[in-house]
Design a protein around this ligand. Structure first.
Ligand code: DHB
Ligand code: MG
Length: 224
């Protein structure tokens, strides 16, 4: 395995299938200017989210972890004009940068940013219309809590996408006892054992290096 070749392949795939996008470039630039970490999804991953939303005809999307709104813009662009992304961000400064990025992208009417910790905001969404797609990309320690809420708030058949499930291979390093890797493992274990989910995962090598994404379908009725 040659990381330089992998990097070149990713550039080729992005150039060939994703293309240049001034609005998304501006969002990343504003995120960096605001001092946010460089951990938004890669262009290929953003387009995957976009295509998944389109493919299932999603109207309501829930995102946990807005950061600067990069993935939020990709998701919002996959929805019809009356669709909605509800995105949760714990850090008010991040939410302000995301709001500006999302508005500049022309999808502001489709995006509601809820500022607060996931564990506090998610219960307030109960009783609303169910979500068609849930993207979880926040603190890894809370993966199981977020997956539980995804199962409660998603419709039967909804997609649940969990980011960062490989962490450069650290998930199989038995000496890695960090809380983040423990949270990733717990999330994957829940996707296996909790009957509300039917899941797989893919390793990815993209602009963000070696990581992976789990994709699950919700089985059964919301609220079960
Ligand atoms: C981290 C978080 C992410 O969601 C990501 O995509 C990459 C890194 C992190 O917390 O290190
Ligand atoms: Mg992530």
């Amino acid at each position: 395995f040659d990381p330089d070749t992998a990097r070149a392949v990713d550039r080729y795939l992005v150039d060939t299938l994703v293309g240049a996008d001034a609005v998304l470039d501006a969002a990343v630039a504003a995120q960096h200017a605001g001092g946010l970490p460089d951990i938004e999804v890669a262009p290929t991953g953003g387009k995957l989210l976009h295509l998944l939303a389109k493919a299932i005809g999603a109207r309501r999307v829930l995102e946990v972890g807005t950061l600067g709104g990069y993935s939020t813009i990709w998701l919002a662009r996959g929805l019809p004009s009356e669709g909605q992304v509800v995105t949760i961000e714990a850090e008010p400064a991040n939410a302000a940068i995301a709001r500006a990025n999302i508005d500049r992208a022309g999808v502001g009417e489709r995006v509601e940013i809820r500022v607060g910790r996931g564990e506090d905001v998610l219960p307030t969404l109960a009783g609303g219309d169910p979500f068609d797609l849930v993207f979880i990309d926040a603190d890894k320690e809370s993966n199981t809590l977020y997956l539980d809420w995804a199962a409660r708030l998603g419709r039967s058949g909804a997609l649940v996408v969990l980011d960062n499930v490989v962490r450069a291979g650290r998930i199989v390093d038995q000496t890695d006892d960090t809380s983040q890797v423990a949270g990733v493992r717990a999330g994957l274990e829940m996707l296996r054992s909790d009957p509300r989910f039917d899941a797989t995962a893919l390793q990815t090598w993209d602009a963000k290096g070696w990581d992976g994404v789990a994709i699950a379908v919700l089985v059964g009725d919301p609220g079960s």
